[in-house]
Design a protein around this ligand. Structure first.
Ligand SMILES: Nc1nc2c(ncn2[C@@H]2O[C@H](COP(=O)(O)OP(=O)(O)O)[C@@H](O)[C@H]2O)c(=O)[nH]1
Ligand SMILES: [Mg+2]
Length: 318
């Protein structure tokens, strides 16, 4: 596939070339079509490793937990890719919390690879690019991928659709926050992590969560686990990872496992079709005089946008 003298990026990535990996991730992030061939080439060899999402409000300790999880996994001889979906606010343009913990880069350890991605402007949506980046990391040979996202809006969706195990991180005395998160929380969480358990109130928080968790098991029969951690003591990190492994095993053995995979991939295909059709229609609206006229009619309020959209479909259902 590659020209003579140009190393095949898929092969370079599989051989452990980190610069090739970083370049490929940048291409994915910016929606550069150069990444298409690579993603096509690596797809067959993906879908086997745990993709573990950590989500939750800002400041609960997700990055601190990832640093310790990485150390724990490295001690077990596992290699780890980490993706942080950066919570940079489009308004402030900077970090929201002054005391944000940085993910440790661990220079000199080739068994770890960190990458942060901007949550805005990611072409094709953050879920799609996170999924593609996770695939590249798997193709690069990492045993586990950890994804940090802030629990809000579209980024939550990214975690739901991309991660094989989802950890929702909370802290004691998050009363109101838990209430507002509650509705969507149990759809997302495979594991609840009550972090900062060195602070008072951790037991109460755990009990409240256990009560909520007992209200409804997930449709697949998995009952969310609750693990108390502290990154300052530190404590609970091996237990947190054990809970992840238990969920991974449960999913692998669950009877609906393949149906769930099928459902996700179907969604991905539909999403891609949507992108392709949208791009094509947008281009045609600009280029074709008859279609420009259609838009003119909408602007003049002679036609409504729904009807115009239906006329643009290749095979209209009218
Ligand atoms: N007391 C206590 N503070 C913690 C713990 N874990 C993290 N923190 C602090 O919480 C703040 C936010 O941590 P960070 O990892 O950046 O949270 P993130 O925004 O969820 O990634 C930092 O000041 C951390 O030092 C913990 O277990 N106990
Ligand atoms: Mg963080």
């Amino acid at each position: 596939m590659s020209r003579a003298g140009t190393p095949d990026p898929a092969r370079a990535i599989a051989a452990g070339d980190r610069r090739a990996l970083a370049k490929a991730i940048t291409a994915v992030e910016s929606g550069d079509p150069a990444s298409d061939a690579l993603l096509r080439a690596v797809f067959r060899r993906t879908g086997k490793i745990p993709i573990v999402g950590l989500t939750g409000p800002l400041g609960v300790g997700k990055s601190s937990l990832i640093n310790l999880l990485v150390a724990h996994l490295r001690a077990q001889g596992k290699t780890v890719g980490v993706v942080a979906v950066d919570p940079t606010s489009p308004f402030s343009g900077g970090s929201v919390l002054g005391d944000r913990i940085r993910l440790e880069r661990r220079p000199g350890d080739p068994g770890v690879f960190f990458r942060s991605m901007a949550s805005r402007g990611a072409a094709g949506g953050i879920a799609a690019s996170t999924r593609d980046v996770a695939r590249l990391l798997e193709a690069a040979g990492f045993d586990v991928v950890l994804v940090e996202t802030v629990g809000s809006g579209q980024v939550d969706v990214a975690i739901r659709d991309v991660a094989s195990t989802r950890i929702v991180v909370l802290v004691p005395h998050l009363g109101d926050e838990v209430q507002t998160l509650k509705a969507g929380l149990f759809e997302i969480a495979d594991v609840f992590c009550v972090n900062k358990s060195d602070l008072p109130g951790a037991e109460t928080a755990e009990r409240d969560l256990a009560e909520l968790a007992s209200l409804g098991p997930a449709p697949d029969g998995w009952r969310s686990r609750i693990v108390r951690t502290s990154t300052v003591v530190p404590s609970g990190i091996p237990e947190l990872w054990k809970a992840v492994e238990a969920h991974e095993r449960f999913v692998a053995e669950a009877p609906g496992h393949l149906a769930e995979q099928r459902r996700r991939l179907e969604q991905e295909i539909v999403g891609r079709v949507r992108d392709l059709v949208a791009a094509e229609i947008a281009a045609r609206l600009e280029a074709e005089p008859s279609l420009r006229h259609l838009v003119d009619r909408v602007v003049a309020r002679e036609l409504d946008p729904r009807s115009a959209a239906e006329r643009l479909l290749p095979r209209s259902r009218r």
